[in-house]
Every structure is written in C-alpha cells, then in structure tokens.
Design a protein around this ligand. Structure first.
Ligand SMILES: NC(=O)c1ccc[n+]([C@@H]2O[C@H](COP(=O)([O-])OP(=O)(O)OC[C@H]3O[C@@H](n4cnc5c(N)ncnc54)[C@H](O)[C@@H]3O)[C@@H](O)[C@H]2O)c1
Length: 390
C-alpha cells in the first residue's frame, strides 16, 4: 500500500493507494481514532458490484452502521437527495460523532462530502473513490457540492476528508467510457507533470483497458501526487490550482452545449485537444510539440461526438462559465510539458479557430475509425500549419 500525504495548514490527510486496500478500511478508521458511528453513502451500481465486499469489511461491526444507496448518475447530485440524506441521518439518530463514508464515483463523493460538511456543521468524512475519475481527481482536494437548477456544482464547500482509500481493484468493473473519463484527467496530469510521467503515460495509458494493475496503480499514484501537490499550495483555488483547469474551459463548454450528454472526462479530452490547438495558434507552443501532443490526446478515442456544434454558442458558454469574470475568458494553456500558462485572455477569433479546427481533427478521427485505414497511411491536416504525417 502506497501513501501520499496532503499537507494543508489545517486538516492534513493521507491518501492510501493499492490493490485490495479497501479491506483495510476499519483498521485505518481505528488507527486514526475516527468516529465509529458510520453512515455509508453509495450508489446502486457500486452496491450491486461490491455489496459482498462491504458486508465482509463490516462483518460483526459493533457500532452504529447504515448504508444509504442513491440512484446512480449525476441527477442524484441534487438538493432532494441531499435532503433525504439529512432526514435519514436524523431518523437513525446520528449526531456529531458521525463518520460519513463516500463509497462511489464523483457523484457520491461530492454529495456525501457536502452532506458531511453541513450536517451538524460538519462531521467526519472518508472518501473511497470507485471510479478512475474519482480516484485521480474528485476524491482529492476537498471540493464538495451539488448541482442546483441546472447549474453544476453551484452549491458547495471546501471540506477535506479524514483520509482517502484508493483501491485500484474497483477500476476493473468500470465500463470503457467510465475508464476514458478517468484517462482524460490522467492525460491532463501528464501535461502538468514532467517528461518522465508524460512519457510513461504516453507509452502505457492504453494498458488501463487491459486491467494492468501495475500500470493502473502507477498512473493513479503519480496523478494523485500531482493533484495533492497543487492542492497543498493552493487549497481554495486562488492561484496555482488553476492549472488543474487545463482543457476545462473548452470541456465545460462542450458539456454545457451537449446538455451534459457527453461525459466530463471525454469533454476534457476534447478540451485538451482544443487547448493545444489554441496554444499553437497563438504561438506559445512549437509545431513539433503540437504534433506530438495532438497525437497523444487523439490516441484516446472518445465515444461522444463533438462535431457540428455551433461555435458561437460554445463561445457564449465559455463566457458564462463560473470561473470567468467581467465578460473575459481566462484560458489555461500548455506551452510544453510542465510549463502551463494561466489566466491568458485570447481574441475571440482565435478561440473560434481552435473550436473549428478541433472539430476537423475529431472528424478525421471518426473517418479514420470508420474506414479502418492503417494508421501510418493517414494524413492529418495540421489546422495551424502544414500537413503532417502520422
Ligand atoms: N470534487 C471535485 O473536485 C470534482 C472533480 C471532478 C469531477 N467532479 C464531479 O464528479 C462527478 C463525476 O464523477 P464520476 O465520473 O465518477 O461519475 P459517477 O459518480 O456518476 O460514476 C460514473 C458511473 O460509474 C458507476 N460506478 C462507480 N464505481 C463503479 C465501479 N467500481 N464499477 C462499476 N461502476 C461503477 C456509477 O454508478 C456511475 O454510473 C461529476 O458530478 C463531477 O462534477 C468533482
């Protein structure tokens, strides 16, 4: 079992990573002297797959224990479900000495975290992420919250867990598109990190689909290390943490225009591609890097189309993003691996250009897949410069 410590001014916490570490949950709770009255929040899919594991971990548990199972999916991250959680906690006489365990993906983590942050002005909370996205992203950093009236994550709190357990075995029951969601964030970390991790990710990321435990653990560990390092420096997103939004300005616009029918991680992949195009267009990324990065990002095949979207509407969605102020869009763009620029304001025409040419690249991917043409015989048009061969 590997351990990463998130060092914060207050409420530092450890993250335990390994295959099978979920079975150590109670031991860790005891070791950390956490509350014993446990309220597990999970969703139907996770419960279906891991009911027996949960029962085995809590076999003969002597203290108060309840499991609250929500419907799987983003719709559950709402005030109605949150209210049901509060009502259930009260009904079962939970008090200040409660420990809420979030066992699930980002939806469960965000919702359970916010319930923990607010019930009785805050009770203890442990995160057990079960999706790749939750493992490398949402379970680390303390952002919790719910959606409200069609606006995502608009109500929430920064609230840190007591610890996080990332069991790589959970990844094995995820379907392909859920894995791609996590990969989107891992690819992002590869750009934020250094050449070592970038090269490792580039070479090995596809082995996640084969269930290669060693690769999965390493990619999770390195990704979490980066996120934890950034969160340590900037817990409340006032500076450095903005680099975690690489690709996300575009991604949020794709999600919004597609009415969230595209998964976040897939939108992040499309967003990273657009950010790379934009960085090359405005001259902060050279052509050699551009070609290599685009090839890497497009090697992850997304399942939802971003073709034929209205570019003006996408631009308008970016302006509305809650991270932007005073009608200005602040972009986070990569110069090269480990060299990210934040808060850049860009001419609208360049943004539209990036959106249009992103579409061209994804259209070419689609054709390539459809015609099953051999990879090395395809000519990908570099939207910014000359034709390139891949
Ligand atoms: N707090 C943050 O910092 C942060 C960061 C990124 C994303 N998020 C939030 O995370 C959410 C998305 O998270 P997600 O992608 O994990 O979605 P999710 O929680 O909806 O999980 C995706 C699907 O996988 C299923 N599932 C979960 N674990 C499984 C397993 N081990 N095996 C089989 N199926 C399993 C779920 O039931 C669900 O159907 C969004 O609401 C997003 O806003 C939060």
């Amino acid at each position: 079992m590997k351990k990463i410590k998130v060092n914060l001014q207050e409420n530092s916490y450890p993250i335990f990573i390994g295959s099978g570490v979920f079975s150590n949950l109670l031991e860790l709770i005891k070791e950390k002297k956490l509350n014993r009255n446990i309220f597990i929040i999970t969703d139907k899919n996770v419960d279906k797959h891991y009911k027996l594991n949960i029962e085995s971990v809590f076999k003969n548990y002597e203290y108060k224990l309840n499991k609250f199972v929500i419907k799987a999916g983003e719709e559950s991250k709402c005030a109605e479900v949150l209210n049901r959680i509060y009502a259930n906690l009260l009904l079962k006489n939970y008090g200040r000495d409660t420990l809420i365990i979030a066992l699930g993906g980002g939806v469960v983590g965000d919702l359970a975290g916010y319930a923990a942050a607010t019930f009785m002005r805050g009770v203890q909370f442990v995160q057990v992420p079960t999706t790749l996205l939750a493992a490398v992203d949402s379970s680390v950093g303390g952002k919790t919250g719910i959606n409200f009236e069609k606006t995502k994550n608009i109500i929430g709190a920064f609230y840190q867990p007591k610890f996080v357990i990332i069991d790589a075995n959970f990844i094995k029951t995820l379907n392909r598109s859920e894995i791609i969601c996590g990969i989107g964030e891992i690819v992002k970390y590869a750009f934020l990190a250094d050449e070592n991790f970038y090269n490792y990710a580039r070479k090995n990321i596809h082995k996640i689909f084969e269930g290669d435990e060693k690769v999965i653990e390493k990619l999770i560990y390195e990704s979490v290390k980066i996120k934890a390092g950034v969160v340590e420096i900037d817990e409340k997103e006032s500076g450095l943490r903005k680099i975690l939004n690489l690709g996300h300005t575009f991604a949020h616009a794709y999600e919004s225009i597609l009415e969230y029918k595209i998964k976040h991680g897939e939108a992040v992949i499309a967003g990273l591609s657009a950010a790379i195009i934009l960085a090359n267009k405005i001259g902060i990324m050279n052509d050699k890097n551009y070609n290599e990065y685009i090839e890497f990002v497009h090697s992850i095949k997304i399942t939802k189309s971003i073709l034929n979207l209205d570019k003006e509407k996408l631009y308008a969605a970016m302006l509305k993003d809650k991270k932007n102020r005073e009608g200005r869009i602040k972009f986070v763009l990569p110069k090269k691996i480990g060299n990210i620029i934040v808060d850049i304001e860009i001419e609208k025409s360049d943004v539209i250009y990036a959106l249009s040419h992103n579409e061209i690249l994804f259209e070419q991917d689609k054709l390539k897949n459809k015609n099953s043409i051999k990879k090395n015989s395809i000519s990908l048009k570099n939207p910014c410069k000359d034709e390139i061969k891949i």
